[in-house]
Design a protein around this ligand. Structure first.
Ligand code: V47
Length: 350
């Protein structure tokens, strides 16, 4: 069985569900060797990152995802909704530091209007036209479309009219319907998450795709998730990067009894590089993997770290040590120290 898998890897053949699941049985060095070969062919010795700021304007959410520690309807005791003035103040400060991107995602707040959501983008675009707005996950698009009586396509057009440049990859979680039903019942379905990204790409826009792993899913569910993304990418070529998000276990209602190993996380990142043969970039998101593992992952298929972030609330609510982001100097030092070439990118890797 493994001989034919190695043969497929040697010949750069496309891997199927069984191949992807069997890859986990190989040792980490073998998987890493093949992932690194592809990573170097696509991205050389570069490690990409950008100067960005994550903003989460509200944590009031009508959804009840078990893994979430950020939502005020779960265990977070501090509900908030930022005013547009507060948000502009944040952007102004970050603009002075030279950020090129704001990454704005919120909870699904049915107490504020569609214009509250859209006005944020319009005002940022008017005042800071040089800043790329990466905003609204497909889960938010689904919520806003249903709540305001629009089709997905109409909702995406409204986002574009108001200044959204690209769509982040949040809300994908795990596509397997049984697991999804257990961890985030009621949230956008897998089929609709994929449909929203496909429609967005058909409007000539780019997006990213995430996967939340290391909780109750099995290895085969991760591979299934990657294959569903690969199928859309074959049709649209609109995804710029895949971001496997390591599950953070604190302050939430998903009672995961087992502990996840660094080797399993590294294998998953490397396997994603091997499965997603049509994705240009794999991001090891330092917030959920820790910066040390994210740097190591650069030798196992990843080529990106996300960015400086500045302030992080979603994962740090669940235990990640990322609340204050990272400085440019720190990121550069980590990359150089590991023998890679730090490469500051724009949001679309152009
Ligand atoms: O969809 C929530 C995840 C995501 C937890 O597109 C958790 O470039 C770990 O999507 N443990 C939002 N993760 C963040 C996100 C993202 C982050 C960085 C870059 C990009 C990109 C997108 O955060 C949610 C969910 O999957 N999340 N709770 C948790 N306990």
């Amino acid at each position: 069985m493994h001989n034919s898998l190695i043969e497929k890897l040697e010949n750069n053949e496309r891997l199927n569900l069984e191949d992807g699941t069997n890859l986990y049985d190989l040792d980490i060095y073998t998987i890493g060797k093949y992932a690194d070969k592809i990573r170097r062919k696509l991205n050389g010795n570069k490690v990409f990152y950008n100067l960005n700021r994550h903003i989460n304007p509200t944590n009031i959410c009508k959804d009840v995802c078990k893994f979430c520690a950020y939502s005020a309807s779960r265990k977070n005791p501090n509900p908030y909704t930022m005013s547009h003035e507060d948000i502009l103040e944040v952007v102004d400060k970050e603009d002075k530091k030279g950020i090129s991107e704001v990454h704005i995602v919120s909870a699904h707040n049915d107490k504020v209007s569609l214009d509250w959501y859209m006005g944020i983008f319009r005002k940022i675009k008017d005042k800071y036209p040089h800043i790329h707005i990466k905003a609204l996950s497909a889960a938010e698009v689904d919520f806003l479309a249903h709540h305001n009586g629009y089709s997905y396509s109409e909702m995406l057009d409204i986002m574009i009219e108001n200044g959204v440049d690209s769509m982040p990859g949040g809300g994908a979680e795990i596509f397997d319907e049984k697991v999804r039903n257990h961890i985030c019942k009621g949230k956008v379905s897998s089929e609709n998450w994929l449909e929203i990204h496909k429609l967005w790409h058909q409007k000539n826009k780019k997006s990213t795709a995430t996967m939340l792993f290391g909780h109750v899913e099995e290895r085969t569910h991760r591979i299934d998730h990657m294959i569903r993304l690969r199928e859309i990418q074959d049709k649209t070529n609109g995804f710029t990067a895949f971001i496997p998000l390591v599950y953070q276990r604190y302050n939430n209602y998903l009672k995961v009894k087992t502990y996840f190993t660094g080797v399993e996380a590294l294998k998953t990142i490397a396997i994603s590089r091997l499965m997603l043969d049509n994705f240009p970039h794999i991001k090891a998101y330092w917030v959920t993997s820790t910066i040390n593992l994210a740097i190591l992952a650069q030798e196992f298929g990843a080529d990106d770290l996300d960015g400086t972030i500045s302030k992080e609330t979603i994962q740090s609510s669940a235990g990640a040590k990322s609340a204050n982001g990272m400085s440019l100097e720190e990121i550069n030092n980590h990359i150089i120290g590991a023998g890679f070439e730090p490469t500051q990118r724009d949001s679309l890797y152009s």
